[in-house]
Design a protein around this ligand. Structure first.
Ligand SMILES: [Fe+2]
Ligand SMILES: [Fe+2]
Length: 375
């Protein structure tokens, strides 16, 4: 259904969205100084553009919440990302994957905070409703050494991960936009078969060695799994932006998600290659295979093949092209909510939280490109 200022049911949906959105946004009243347009233009956003940016802001708030959890335990501690005090055992296991892992966590966290802060400020500068999810910060997080123990929006401790992005980006024959039912093989099949923590839940998780390394490895796969989602979300939404400035925002933030994805997919590769792999967590059997050895290896699995393999794009009759995939725009926001829910990121959240997320996603998915910039 397209989102024009039309039918009664559309208006009813919008009212219910605004009601919930206003509740969710109420705590941002203090930011009203931001209502001054930083660029001096007084143009208003179309409802579709505002909805696209609001969904992006919500996604970025959620990203910030879990990246802050990673930073508290495994990142660089400084005033840019102030909560937490670091967990030396977990940090050392992450550094087995890359000696700069803590720096990358810190900078990724900083990026996400700036993404939602900017998006909300831009929405406000155009007189549009920003997003605030603070009322849903209700989940108890890790109590391990280093955690700030503040309440969270997201749950990093019960992940079920779809790691098929690994082979999706290595496939030269299949693009999910053209072959939506193609079963891309999983990189770490075990991560899709249970619930695994990506951070130490308590200090009891810091031993034995192979257990805390498996937790670090789970983080190393969770990070690119999330970021490849952002990598698809922005180009998918950008196709329905009306204003060139909103398009510019979406195509300027989106590639930073791609930079995150590329960085983390390289680190994930270190969790599934020697000397760390193969590794089995003795407490639960979670196994990270060596993807460079039989029965893996080849173009689909080899760990240093981190550049996207060219694949069919738009039509099988056109030449293959190295691209982000998928970028199908229809239903992208609801797809992202489903994807994050399925990975366990929201386990413990309230029905009201899911209602707000679904309203934001539905509004974004109903946005349509308006050449006249008018609703
Ligand atoms: Fe982001
Ligand atoms: Fe990101």
């Amino acid at each position: 259904m397209k989102y024009r200022t039309g039918s009664l049911s559309e208006r009813a949906n919008r009212r219910s969205f605004l009601r919930r959105g206003l509740v969710a946004a109420s705590a941002l009243g203090a930011g009203s100084k931001l209502l001054a347009d930083p660029q001096g233009s007084s143009g208003k956003l179309t409802q579709g553009d505002a909805a696209l940016l609001r969904f992006a802001a919500a996604a970025e708030i959620l990203e910030s919440d879990f990246w802050i959890q990673y930073n508290e335990l495994g990142g660089v501690q400084d005033k840019e990302v102030p909560s937490g005090s670091g967990n030396p055992v977990y940090t050392a296991k992450l550094q087995n994957l890359d000696s700069d892992f803590d720096t990358y966590i810190h900078d990724n966290t900083d990026d996400e905070i700036t993404h939602f802060t900017f998006l909300n400020a831009y929405l406000q500068s155009k007189g549009a409703q920003p997003v605030n999810l603070d009322q849903f910060r209700t989940l108890p997080g890790s109590t391990a050494t280093g955690s700030s123990r503040m309440l969270r929006l997201t749950n990093l401790m019960q992940h079920t991960l779809d790691t098929s992005w690994w082979t999706r980006y290595r496939s030269s024959d299949n693009n999910p936009d053209l072959n939506p039912n193609f079963p891309f093989p999983q990189a770490v099949p075990d991560l899709g078969k249970g619930q695994f923590t990506a951070i130490p839940r308590t200090d009891a998780d810091l031993t034995p060695d192979a257990h805390i390394q498996a937790i670090a490895n789970t983080a190393a796969f969770h990070m690119p799994t999330i970021e490849q989602g952002g990598n698809s979300l922005y180009p998918s939404m950008a196709q329905r932006a009306s204003s060139v400035e909103v398009l510019r925002i979406l195509i300027s933030i989106g590639p930073t998600e791609t930079m995150h994805f590329q960085t983390w997919s390289d680190k994930a590769g270190n969790a599934v290659s020697p000397p760390l792999a193969p590794l089995t967590d003795p407490t639960n059997g979670l196994t990270f295979p060596n993807l460079n050895a039989a029965p893996f290896g080849g173009e689909e699995f080899t760990t240093n093949l981190i550049m996207p393999e060219p694949c069919p794009f738009l039509s099988p009759s056109l030449p293959k092209c190295s691209i982000i995939r998928p970028t199908e725009t229809k239903g992208i926001a609801m797809g992202v909510v489903k994807f994050l829910t399925a990975m366990g990121l929201f386990i413990g959240q309230s029905k009201a939280f899911f209602d707000v997320m679904q309203d934001l996603a539905a509004a974004a998915d109903n946005a349509e490109r308006r050449m006249d910039g008018q609703d």
